[in-house]
Write a protein that binds this ligand. Structure first.
Ligand code: UTP
Length: 292
């Protein structure tokens, strides 16, 4: 274990440079991460989850056409001045406020894969452990997923990934872990494979969009080796760290919605609407009516 393995987690990387092809044409001019679930864009849920976990230095790995994400967290002078003039409360904009200097963007010029996107943040991450959020995976829990992971990190250090169980027939779409010893929500990770063929997966525990990694992963990513789908895969780089540093999976106690897929997005919208006090009764009545 390196000396950096128990440094506090202060930085989070949000890779948002993907093309979002599954949501075209909606994502032609609008980043996938700006699609709203009810009244908050996906990126807002992820940033809220990071802050709840005590992480306030936000690193966005962006690409062409992604400026709306940065603007979302900017001071909107005209909007705020007009709202104030009309006596409208600005409290609704509170979640979009970021301390000056706490938001940094780096560009991934070509979307060569998630591993490459993370590597693009290496100079800002520096020599400390960091969190990663894939904002299209919406994690709803009490406490939130990253807070659960930071608590686990404080106990075991090293590298952690969030996992959840899926039906065997679905594993080929995901990164899958080879599990070792289990203790409560923690499972030792013995191996990792990205998008295994059906029947060759080491388990049905999939990596679910939240990570705490040691900075050494950047050196592994430096090699820029291509994996599944011809992309530079984060899973492959993490797999190379197993055995050199502690590596655990945390089973998330909560609900995960795959908002990178259309049905997952609809599910998230409906589930969250049914939880929200301000709308659940109306939405429930509407859903029952639609279902006949
Ligand atoms: P996805 O596999 O969901 O790809 O990326 P995508 O481009 O966002 O969407 P589809 O599949 O074309 O519809 C998982 C995460 O990794 C980021 C994406 O922005 C998303 O948050 N990513 C992926 C990058 O930042 N760069 C890449 O080169 C690839």
């Amino acid at each position: 274990m390196t000396s950096s393995s128990r440094k506090p987690i202060r930085k989070a990387v949000f890779p948002v440079a993907g093309m979002g092809t599954r949501f075209l044409p909606a994502t032609k001019a609008i980043p996938k991460e700006m699609l709203p679930v009810i009244d908050r864009p996906l990126i807002q849920y992820a940033v809220d989850e990071a802050r709840e976990a005590g992480i306030d230095q936000l690193i966005f790995v962006t690409g062409r056409g992604k400026t709306a994400i940065v603007e979302h967290f900017d001071h909107a002078f005209e909007l705020e001045a007009t709202m104030a003039e009309r006596d409208k409360s600005l409290a609704i904009l509170e979640p979009t406020r970021i301390q000056p200097g706490n938001l940094v963007t780096v560009r991934q010029q070509v979307p060569l894969g998630l591993g490459h996107a993370i590597w693009c943040a290496r100079a800002i991450v520096g020599d400390e452990p960091f969190a990663i959020f894939l904002p299209d995976e919406l994690m709803i829990g009490q406490p939130g997923c990253m807070k659960q992971m930071v608590e686990a990190y404080n106990a075991v250090g090293g590298n952690l990934i969030s996992v959840l169980e899926v039906p065997e027939e679905d594993v080929s779409s995901y990164g899958v872990i080879e599990p070792g010893a289990r203790s409560g929500a923690l499972t030792e990770v013995r191996g990792l494979v990205e998008k295994p063929k059906r029947g060759e997966a080491p388990s049905n525990l999939i990596i679910s969009g939240r990570y705490i990694l040691q900075p050494e992963v950047m050196r592994v990513l430096e090699a820029q080796e291509k994996g599944a789908g011809g992309e530079i895969q984060l899973t492959d780089a993490m797999a190379k760290m197993i055995g050199t540093q502690p590596f655990h999976a945390v089973t998330f106690a909560g609900k995960r919605y795959d908002c990178g897929s259309k049905t997952g997005f609809v599910e998230a919208t409906l589930a969250i609407a049914l939880e929200r006090e301000d709308m659940r009764d109306d939405v429930r009545a509407m859903a029952l009516r639609l279902l006949g």
